[in-house]
Design a binder for this molecule. Structure first.
Ligand SMILES: Nc1ncnc2c1ncn2[C@@H]1O[C@H](COP(=O)(O)OP(=O)(O)OP(=O)(O)O)[C@@H](O)[C@H]1O
Length: 274
């Protein structure tokens, strides 16, 4: 691999260390992601998927390890500095946009990201024209509603617009954290199709967290499977092409079976000493 877009080395993070609530969602992660790669991140609840994305985005500092983005060591960079390189979409469709502002105003703000001066939240003529074209492509009938407050739209419409906003300036890295999980099935399908279109058209380096095995087999060129704060499996494009949703389900069942065995072994050990 030439210089990867993301390089993570020996990343560790423990929350609430030394207390009864101690959790270790990053237990030593090494990962290199090539420019233009679309990586699906899978794993059970609490395996550390969102924490991985948050660590890259700089939502917290690592206990140890290093993160490089686009060839730069960003380990010590605060979140707002990394935001100039990263587009993010979260699970909650109400979190990525300003609800009382119109579609056009929200996009004017998105277009300002990374710039300190020059543009305000009043959209220019050029932005409006470009926006209308891109919103028309969504086929959600929103192109005539540019001056509607975003808060009055459905979750699916908002999430589609949030995705468009997050990718407007072609970020070096796109982070999608279960961005369709809160949507009804039809809207989720629409947003997934849009995701696929934008990511392939712009060749965006992308990490997408999902619980959907179907999305995992249909999208992207690599699957990273997390377990207990580590990368348990890493399937490259060749391997991924042969995978079916059933294979991934079987993999999850195997993890669960091993966990149950570990739990009962621990209980047996505990009962011998109590
Ligand atoms: N900022 C934080 N403070 C304290 N604990 C945290 C923090 N972020 C994550 N955790 C904990 O780390 C563990 C892993 O969380 P994470 O959200 O990364 O899991 P996940 O794999 O995304 O799970 P899910 O599929 O349920 O969303 C969980 O126990 C979570 O409570």
């Amino acid at each position: 691999m030439n210089q990867p877009m993301v390089r993570i080395e020996g990343a560790r993070k423990t929350f609430h260390a030394g207390t009864i609530n101690e959790v270790r969602p990053m237990a030593g992660i090494d990962l290199a992601i090539a420019e233009g790669s679309f990586v699906i991140v899978l794993g059970g609840n609490g395996s550390g998927k969102s924490t991985l994305l948050n660590a890259i985005a700089g939502s917290f500092m690592l206990d140890s390890g290093r993160i490089e983005l686009d060839g730069q060591d960003v380990t010590g960079w605060p979140e707002h500095r990394r935001a100039s390189l990263i587009g993010r979409v979260f699970q909650n469709p109400f979190s990525g946009t300003a609800p009382t502002m119109t579609i056009a105003e929200n996009f004017a703000l998105a277009a300002k990201r990374g710039l300190t001066r020059g543009l305000g939240w009043v959209p220019s003529r050029q932005l409006r024209d470009e926006l209308r074209e891109r919103v028309f492509e969504l086929k959600m009938g929103l192109e005539d509603r540019m001056d509607t407050a975003i808060g009055s739209l459905s979750g699916g419409q908002r999430q589609a617009l949030t995705l468009l906003m997050a990718t407007w300036l072609k970020p070096r890295l796109l982070l999608l954290d279960e961005h369709t999980a809160a949507l009804d099935p039809k809207s989720a399908d629409q947003v997934i199709a849009l995701t696929d279109r934008i990511v392939s058209r712009e060749r965006l380096t992308t990490l997408m967290v999902t619980h959907s095995m179907q999305q995992a087999v249909n999208l992207g060129d690599r699957i990273v499977m997390m377990h207990k704060g580590r990368v348990l499996h890493d399937y490259d494009a060749l391997h991924k092409r042969r995978l079916r949703a059933d294979d991934l389900l079987a993999c999850f069942e195997d993890i669960r079976r091993r966990e149950l065995l570990d739990e009962s072994a621990a209980e047996m050990l505990h009962s011998q000493y109590v």
